[in-house]
Structure formats: structure tokens, C-alpha cells
Design a protein around this ligand. Structure first.
Ligand code: SIN
Ligand code: CO
Length: 416
């Protein structure tokens, strides 16, 4: 495995400051599993996963020293005004919780001078390359589990109320200060009749004031409340954990779509033996038996599971729209450009693989033999110019990458 630089965010931050604005910063790679990293309080990702992941909270002072918010307050408010952006406004004025969904025109947001409101934008990684780069630092957890990066902006006293989440979260302070109070309480009863999840009885057992660069990791179901002390911005790196019922429903749908359920796909129910009835409302026992036999005959194998998971997990969120280049380069020009500057996955692209297939933005494709380049592109989300050149003699590779470029799934240039 090629040696990667250790993740030292301080270096990354100073590199960013010293480089001219037009020069893109080098991507900060996720820490390697067995290399201690400031991001995790000098634990290695392996140690963190063993000791804390899904188990207990961890406060990390200066996880990302010198961090700046991926977007400024003004850029953030502009995003919240866009249709495809999932924005929520939570106010706590005169002791009353209120929730509104965006988009929000600038005059629909309270004044930044007003206390106790917060604006949340989900999926920031889909809208901004810097947010995507920040999310990528957490890829020591599999992509299949990584969900999104949310940013919250709050005025003094703002927050979303004491609550718990069903997912793991890293809460990274990127601007101003926020006081977090947490509790391992068992009583997770929520206030009835509120538009958001607020705990009825919150009894914090730990409390910290987080400053820019500090981060709090919380496993699912730890009660928490973060209140801004002055204006602040916080990034939440969230994870996905579909429920068993959601997975079952989606898997059965996937099997049905592929026509792989038992019996002849599309075969209609037939009942040539059905006698005439005098109780028409009763479910016919023969129908029960037949349907029971169809359901009992549903079969699947490991590849069906992989195929379902790969397509389901790489499926873009409903709001995602790719931006194909308005005047795409033809294949020869694309090869010329990519040979000079490499390629990278678009921030919205999801590319997963197993040993036989790869899954890109909800589509399954066979690997057709060993395709190391595809594994590497998926794992690093970029391909260097040098690597592209060595692969460019294979027209099946360049044709595929050109097709993805035309779809807006990849971008020319290794750096955003
Ligand atoms: C926030 O950033 O205000 C809320 C994040 C959370 O509690 O999960
Ligand atoms: Co939360």
C-alpha cells in the first residue's frame, strides 16, 4: 500500500493559509487505521473504533486545529435559500419551540442580532467541496455508514433543545463557542405536541464549552443539548443506520424489481378450482395457501444481498441532481485534460464495490476481472494524472470515465 502522509490538520490549515486563494489546497486524507491522529485525540482510528464507536462519548480538544467553517455565514444563508437544499429553522422565542422548513429568502430569517434561533442545513457535502473534504476525513468509517455533513448556525442561546439521536455523530465546532451538556439517562421520553424532538426530563451529567477545532463524539441515544454562547457554527458528521424494517421492505422491493422472487415473475394468480361462495367477504383459504407458498418460495443469495446493499446505499438522495458540463469535452480532449490533471469523483457521487461488482450512484455494474483502478478511485475519490496516463491505453477505461464525466459524476482535475 502506498505510504500516505499522516493526518495532521495543523499542517493542512497552515498550507491553506499560505497558498494563494486561486490555488486549491491539497486534500486531507482520512487517517490510516493504525496511525494516531489529532482528529481522534491522538488515538488511532482502530483504537477509537474499538473503545468508543457505538459505545461511549469522547470529547476531543483541538481535533482540527485552525479549522474554519467550510462556508461563511453569508454563503450559508445563500444556500438555505435554494430549492434543492434541505434547510430547517428552529426558533426558541419566548420559551416556545418552532420549526420551519426552507428554502428561506434572506428576509425570512430572523435578524442575526436576535437571540435563540438556529438554521440547520443537511447534506452540506453535496453542496460544497470544502464540506465534502471535511466529511472525507471521517472515511475511516466505511462509506456505507457515512451519511452526511450538516452545518448549524446559531445566534447566542440558540440550539435545537435537549434531545437524543438514533445515529452516531461527531459534533465539530467550526466557529464561535457552544456549550454541550450530555447525559446517559435512560428516560428518553419526549415532550408531546412539539414540532421537534425535545426531551421531557434532561439531566445532564457532563458539560463542556467547545471552541473552534474541538469535537464531541456521541454514540446513538446519548441525550445532548448544545447551546450557542454568542454566534456559532457547528458541523455534525452523521451516520446512517437503516432500521431492520426499512431494510426488509427495500430488499423485498429490490427482489421484486429484479423479478427474482419465487414463482414465475409476473405470473398472475389463478384459481380454476374456486367454488362459488355464499360468504363473499371471507378471504378464500386457498388464496391464503397459495400466497403463503409464493412467499415461502422467495429465495436469495449473498450476491442478491450485496447487489441490494450496493445499489440502495449508493443511490443518490432524492434531492440530488448532477451538473453535467454544459459544453463537455469530447473523449480525446477529455483524455488530454485528465492526463494533465487527473480526475476526481464529483462530491455528490457515491462509488462502492465488492469483489464482483461496483455500484455507482445507484447503478450496479460487473467488475469484469480485476479492476484495481476502480477500487482505488472509489477509495481515494480521485485519480492522479500519472495513474490516468498509465490507464489511458485501455479504451474501456477512458470511455467509461468519459461517460461519467459527461454525466457530471466525475470532474477533471484531482483537486477541487
Ligand atoms: C446542532 O448542531 O445544533 C445540533 C446537532 C445535534 O444535536 O445533533
Ligand atoms: Co443531536
Amino acid at each position: 500500500m502506498p505510504k500516505r502522509p499522516t493526518d495532521h490538520p495543523a499542517d493542512a490549515a497552515s498550507a491553506r493559509k499560505s497558498s494563494p486563494a486561486s490555488e486549491p489546497a491539497l486534500p486531507v486524507l482520512p487517517p490510516l487505521p493504525d496511525v494516531p491522529t489529532a482528529l481522534l485525540g491522538n488515538l488511532t482510528p482502530s483504537q477509537f473504533m474499538r473503545r468508543y464507536w457505538q459505545k461511549k462519548p469522547l470529547l476531543i480538544r483541538q481535533a482540527v486545529p485552525g479549522i474554519e467553517s467550510p462556508v461563511s455565514r453569508e454563503e450559508f444563508f445563500e444556500l438555505a435559500d435554494q430549492d434543492e437544499v434541505e434547510a430547517r429553522l428552529i426558533t426558541h422565542f419566548r420559551n416556545k419551540w418552532q420549526l420551519e422548513h426552507g428554502p428561506f429568502a434572506p428576509d425570512e430569517l430572523p435578524s442575526v442580532k436576535q437571540r435563540a434561533w438556529t438554521l440547520l442545513v443537511q447534506g452540506m457535502d453535496l453542496h460544497d467541496d470544502r464540506a465534502r473534504a471535511l466529511l472525507d476525513r471521517f472515511r475511516f468509517v466505511p462509506d456505507a455508514r457515512l451519511d452526511d455533513l450538516m452545518i448549524s448556525y446559531a445566534t447566542d442561546g440558540g440550539g435545537v433543545g435537549p434531545h437524543f439521536d438514533s445515529y452516531d455523530v461527531f459534533l465539530l465546532q467550526v466557529k464561535g463557542k457552544r456549550r454541550w451538556r450530555i447525559s446517559a439517562q435512560k428516560d428518553l421520553t419526549l415532550h408531546a405536541g412539539l414540532p421537534l424532538k425535545v426531551l421531557q426530563n434532561f439531566e445532564p451529567d457532563q458539560e463542556w464549552l467547545l471552541e473552534p477545532g474541538d469535537m464531541l463524539y456521541l454514540p446513538p441515544h446519548i441525550a445532548h443539548d448544545g447551546i450557542a454562547e454568542g454566534e456559532c457554527m457547528t458541523c455534525s458528521i452523521g451516520f446512517r443506520a437503516p432500521s431492520a424494517s426499512e431494510l426488509t421492505a427495500q430488499f423485498l422491493y429490490h427482489l421484486a424489481e429484479r423479478g427474482e422472487s419465487a414463482g414465475k415473475p409476473g405470473a398472475l394468480y389463478r384459481d380454476p378450482q374456486q367454488p362459488a361462495v355464499d360468504r363473499p367477504a371471507e378471504l378464500p383459504p386457498a388464496l391464503m395457501k397459495k400466497v403463503g407458498a409464493i412467499l415461502a418460495g422467495i429465495k436469495w443469495n449473498d450476491q442478491d444481498i450485496a447487489s441490494f446493499l450496493g445499489t440502495y446505499l449508493s443511490e443518490p438522495k432524492p434531492s440530488v441532481v448532477f451538473d453535467p458540463p454544459s459544453r463537455p469535452l469530447n473523449e480525446a480532449r477529455f483524455i488530454g485534460q485528465a492526463s494533465k490533471s487527473g480526475v476526481r469523483l464529483d462530491r455528490k457521487t457515491s462509488l462502492l464495490y465488492n469483489r464482483r461488482f461496483f455500484f455507482v450512484n445507484g447503478e450496479e455494474m460487473p467488475l469484469d476481472g480485476a479492476k484495481k483502478w476502480l477500487f482505488d478511485l472509489a477509495d481515494h475519490r480521485r485519480m492522479s494524472a500519472k495513474r490516468f496516463v498509465t490507464l489511458s491505453h485501455d479504451s474501456s477505461v477512458t470511455a467509461r470515465l468519459h461517460e461519467w464525466y459527461c454525466a457530471g459524476w466525475i470532474q477533471v482535475g484531482e483537486l477541487a
